[in-house]
Design a protein around this ligand. Structure first.
Ligand code: AMP
Length: 227
């Protein structure tokens, strides 16, 4: 039995970095809706064109578009035994749609991990965030820079040149935080009421320390879901 995990937290809280590690250790597909939108944008698909104006403005892509995309992804065979959703759901409407979708499949989520980081720290972090367009790895030039060549991805065999996301520019960061507080944060209550919310302190801690907490939580969840 795999795990069905949702990662919650503000943009830049470290969801993607942690999801990448969980995916590797637990052998689960890492489904990042932001990554899927960016891939579509790069490839110039209809979905990418539709999403672009919302992404550029730091707004959420409408729920119907996003939920249809996620339903399609979860229908793929690698998701049969579990997955990590990163950046989805991001509104109560999406959380409800996900509950319905999973119920149709006879599934439920095992855990929602909420990484909490104060706003001031988020602004600092997002401004220093870079990613590798080749392999998707995420870095922070202040707190988690690539080892080796400056501004170059250090993942084995990659060597991509790191870039800043357009929406990690200061004006868009503030708008994304507003959207997060207004539309995404209510989801914490949604999962808390369903008894699957777990909080992890993501403030002023290294990715390794945060991951140690997450590993402990997931090991407990796994043994609980197997009994
Ligand atoms: P992220 O990489 O998760 O920060 O997402 C980048 C952008 O993609 C967001 O600011 C939104 O415009 C869009 N996006 C990603 N996930 C979602 C979602 N679940 N619902 C709506 N829009 C999303």
């Amino acid at each position: 039995m795999g795990l069905r995990i949702v990662m919650l937290g503000a943009p830049g809280a470290g969801k993607g970095t942690q999801a990448e590690r969980i995916a590797s250790d637990w052998d689960l597909p890492h489904i990042s809706t932001g990554d899927i939108f960016r891939k579509n944008l790069k490839e110039g698909t209809e979905l990418g064109i539709q999403a672009k104006k919302y992404m550029d403005a730091g707004e959420l892509v409408p729920d119907d578009v996003t939920c249809t995309m996620v339903a399609g992804r979860l229908a793929e065979s690698d998701c049969a035994e579990g997955y990590i959703l990163d950046g989805f759901p991001r509104s109560t409407g999406q959380a409800e749609a996900l509950t319905r979708l999973l119920a149709e499949r006879g599934e439920g989520l095992d855990i929602a991990i909420n990484i909490s980081v104060p706003d001031e720290e988020i602004v600092d972090r997002l401004s220093a965030r870079r990613f590798c367009p080749e392999c998707g790895a995420i870095f922070n030039m202040k707190f988690n820079p690539p080892k080796g060549e400056p501004n170059t991805c250090d993942r084995p065999g990659c060597n991509g040149t790191l870039v800043q996301r357009d929406d990690d520019k200061p004006e868009t960061i503030r708008q994304r935080l507003t959207v997060y507080h207004e539309q995404t944060q209510p989801i914490e209550q949604y999962y808390d009421q369903r008894g699957i919310l777990t909080a992890v302190n993501g403030s002023h801690r290294t990715p390794d320390d945060i991951y140690n907490d997450i590993k402990t939580i997931l090991t407990q969840t796994e043994s609980g879901s197997r009994t």
